[in-house]
Design a protein around this ligand. Structure first.
Ligand code: CDP
Length: 203
């Protein structure tokens, strides 16, 4: 069986946590597509050309442990506006989505561009303040030296760039189910996502 779940939304909305839990619940594979852009962004910080880096990207590049830093997040959203970078990453994402056994992909343009025919589409949001607070706590936990103000600035800057870019901007697909996690616990958000996906399953 092939069943595709597309999960999109702005920075730090909880897509990662929800996607992993949905994949675990249904026994599907999960791809965090943000890692592709982060891996390309990380290479540009080392002086590589963004398009060349995207064209040469390998699955091993996604295992780099340093991809979760705020610097790499900013670099990712800068390379993500380049149409040739995005098109170099399409085949990898579609190949992943086409695998047998079901797949969950999370990102910004999964339900609109990468998998417009996905079986279930979710758009996960939360207020910028809630998202920044969660990301701040995550980064502090990992030992990063950041302030709440810097994290909020990073989240808002990336949201603006992601929403305003010409190619594959961040926008909810017209047939996506919106889940606002601002006032939900992780358990409540996951339950809402699982229910929305279940509702799209045959039988
Ligand atoms: O984890 P977080 O929500 O902070 O970010 P991410 O999902 O790792 O994505 C990092 C950046 O990659 C985003 O700000 C986007 O600019 C870009 N991205 C994208 O353009 N398209 C995707 N499908 C996934 C990420």
């Amino acid at each position: 069986m092939s069943f595709v779940v597309a999960i999109d939304g702005p920075a730090a909305a909880g897509k990662g946590t929800i996607s992993k839990a949905v994949a675990r619940h249904f026994g599907f594979a999960h791809l965090d597509t943000g890692l592709l852009y982060r891996a390309v962004g990380a290479k540009t910080l080392l002086g590589r050309d963004a398009v060349e880096a995207a064209q040469a990207l390998t699955p091993e590049d996604l295992e780099d442990n340093d991809l979760r830093t705020p610097e790499v997040a900013q670099a990712a959203s800068q390379v993500a506006v380049i149409a040739d970078v995005r098109s170099a990453l399409v085949a990898f994402q579609r190949h992943f989505a086409g695998r047998d056994g079901g797949a969950v992909l999370d990102g910004r343009d999964i339900g609109t561009v990468i998998c417009p025919d996905a079986d279930a589409k979710l758009f996960v949001t939360a207020s910028a303040e809630r998202r920044a607070e969660r990301r701040y706590l995550e980064l502090i936990e990992k030992g990063h030296d950041v302030t709440r103000g810097q994290v909020l600035e990073d989240v808002v800057a990336r949201d603006t760039r992601d929403r305003e870019r010409a190619t594959a901007p961040l926008i909810a697909a017209s047939d996506a189910t919106e889940i606002d996690t601002s006032d939900l616990s992780i358990e409540q958000a996951v339950a809402a996502a699982v229910a929305a996906v279940s509702a799209k399953m045959p039988g």
